[in-house]
Design a protein around this ligand. Structure first.
Ligand code: NDP
Ligand SMILES: CC(C)=CCC[C@@H](C)[C@H]1CC[C@H]2C3=C(CC[C@]12C)[C@@]1(C)CCC(=O)C[C@@H]1CC3
Length: 349
């Protein structure tokens, strides 16, 4: 039987590199499904994968993970196409309007915290969030809630008696407990919505293991390190991509001190790829699997205990279930309203 793998945010960066790595190791037994919001970019990614792996099975799925109706519609398509999903990579993510605090960066450079700053970006990065048409905070909707809804919708193809499936999240070293508040799970009030959304994915993964392991579904969290992708290029907007490339020698030097500077999407995808080869029952639900690259350029995966607890993950899970039922009700009301406004006037045939 082919292994069916769905990857969100697969048309670029870490998601695309992961697809390339999966096909390079085992092209025959894999059926890849690239879930992307933009079909032109999705087609380009598919063509790139097929040019190096001409006989690979690569399907496309249109899905805007930040939109409730789009996720439900895409999940419906998946259930029609596949009887089972073996791996679901929850990778799509955004960090819009990043604000880089140059002063804090220079202060950090000359402090004892310099390595932590380079590894986690703690204290030097904030973002400005916006609201989606569903009334959700955009970063929360994209990085977390859309993926939660997708898992809930895909339950019938993820949970099969006598068979295991894996959920693999692309979290971050920027996931800080201090940025997350159970009373404000969407981070409406703070200025670190990205960090909050990534901490939320760590919590959710733990709760999913609590609720779904008995049904054969396992969840793990990864951190790709600092990777140069369109997401990170946006951090210094006045800095064109080629200047980032010019900084590469400096980044290679920093890598000697912190192995978190994985830098390329291929390296960043290391832990995501490593998890593909593991037995899910052998994984620890309380650790994050980090992609790391040594000063000599060797990739490896290292587990690190997460700053999370069961109680908090359970409260968060309950809140997500409640939000899910609210957004479903809203969607139903919206659909009913639009169907009545389009119904033909009484008496017309
Ligand atoms: N780069 C880094 O240093 C780090 C990245 N990460 C995480 O890695 C993941 C991948 O990011 P990365 O590869 O760096 O960045 P990219 O910007 O290259 O990739 C992000 C992917 O997510 C997709 N995406 C964004 N919004 C949506 C949406 N609403 N619906 C569907 N797809 C969407 C993008 O599609 P599109 O092309 O249409 O925008 C793109 O394919 C993210 O979750 C990010 O937070 C974590 C730690 C470090
Ligand atoms: C010398 C020089 C100009 C350094 C610039 C450094 C920063 C731009 C990076 C240092 C740590 C990086 C980092 C990220 C972005 C870029 C840095 C702030 C992330 C926040 C990117 C997204 C993540 O999920 C985590 C990364 C942590 C480290």
């Amino acid at each position: 039987m082919n292994k069916v793998i769905l990857v969100t945010g697969a048309n670029s960066g870490i998601g695309l590199a992961l697809c390339e790595r999966l096909l390079s190791q085992d092209m025959e037994g894999l059926q890849l499904c690239l879930a992307c919001r933009n079909m032109h970019r999705a087609q380009a990614a598919r063509s790139a994968l097929l040019s190096s792996h001409p006989t690979a099975q690569v399907d496309l799925l249109q899905m805007d993970i930040s939109s409730v109706s789009s996720v439900i519609c895409a999940a419906h398509q998946v259930k029609l196409r596949y009887s089972r999903l073996d791996y679901l990579y929850l990778n799509a993510g955004i960090m819009p309007n990043p604000q880089f605090d140059v002063k804090a960066f220079f202060r950090g450079l000359f402090s004892s915290n310099v390595i932590t700053m380079f590894a986690t970006a703690e204290g030097i990065l904030t973002q400005k969030d916006s609201i989606t048409s569903d009334g959700l905070q955009e970063i929360f909707a994209t990085n977390l809630f859309g993926h939660f809804l997708l898992i809930r919708e895909l339950e019938p193809v993820l949970c099969h008696a006598g068979h295991t499936s894996q959920l693999i999240w692309t979290s971050s070293s920027n996931a800080h407990r201090s940025a997350f508040n159970l009373e404000d799970i969407q981070h409406r009030r703070g200025n670190q919505p990205y960090s909050s959304s990534k901490y939320a994915s760590d919590l959710l993964s733990l709760a999913l293991n609590t609720h779904y392991n008995k049904e054969g579904l396992y969840s793990s969290v990864t951190c790709p390190g600092f990777v140069m992708t369109s997401l990170t290029y946006g951090i210094l907007p006045s800095f064109p991509a080629f200047l980032w490339i010019l900084l590469m020698p400096l980044f290679w030097i920093i890598r000697i001190f912190t192995n978190t500077f994985t830098l390329t999407p291929h390296n960043g995808a290391e832990a995501l790829f490593w998890l593909f080869k593991q037995k899910p029952e052998s994984l620890n639900p309380q650790v994050k699997y980090h992609s790391l690259t040594s000063g000599l350029g060797n990739n490896y995966t290292q587990p690190c205990k997460m700053d999370i607890d069961f109680e908090m993950s359970e409260v968060f899970y309950e809140k997500l279930l409640q939000l899910e039922s609210e957004v479903r009700k809203k969607l139903k009301a919206k659909q009913q309203k639009s169907s009545t406004s389009f119904s033909p006037p009484a008496g017309s045939s």
